[in-house]
Design a protein around this ligand. Structure first.
Ligand SMILES: N[C@@H](CCC(=O)N[C@@H](CS)C(=O)NCC(=O)O)C(=O)O
Length: 143
């Protein structure tokens, strides 16, 4: 198994945490060792992480996490109770589906380079979505 990622990559860190928690052996391939073209040949979207399993590649951190959970159920990432599982998934999706896509590097670069958003306004954008998401996450956790 090979994990393609880089150290600043929060989505890749989700996967590394799961791999380490489940004590699954894997090779870590830093993206800095590949050209963008080489990596796009592995993961056409070019986002990280990607997990290569034999000759197949899984993209998207949550899909990778589900694969790891299904193939290596112990220790589990999810609780047993279906309602608690749904709560955990909802919590995770608040990050992966809501806040992360809004603040990802390519979005911030697009705002800056194509729409002309300056550094200060870009920071307002970033902080707004982080603050909104974390306020909700903290309320959920407190409950
Ligand atoms: N939904 C994807 C997001 C992957 C993603 O966007 N990764 C970031 C790093 S945390 C990335 O590759 N960003 C590069 C960019 O935005 O250009 C997942 O969960 O795997």
């Amino acid at each position: 198994m090979q994990l393609f990622s880089r150290y600043q990559n929060s989505a890749g860190e989700r996967v590394r945490i799961a791999l380490n928690l489940k004590q699954i052996a894997y090779e870590y391939v830093p993206l800095g060792t590949l050209t963008p073209e080489q990596y796009r040949a592995i993961n056409p979207q070019g986002l990280a992480p990607a997990l290569r399993v034999e000759d197949r590649v899984i993209a998207q951190s949550t899909a990778i996490l589900e694969y790891l959970e299904e193939t290596h159920p112990a220790p589990p990432l999810l609780p047993r109770d279906p309602l608690a599982r749904a709560e955990v998934r909802g919590f995770a999706q608040l990050i992966t589906s809501e806040v992360h896509p809004l603040n990802n590097l390519r979005v911030r670069l697009y705002l800056r380079d194509r729409i002309g958003v300056g550094e200060a306004e870009g920071r307002v954008w970033y902080c707004h979505w982080i603050r909104t998401a974390f306020a909700a996450l903290e309320r959920i956790l407190a409950g």
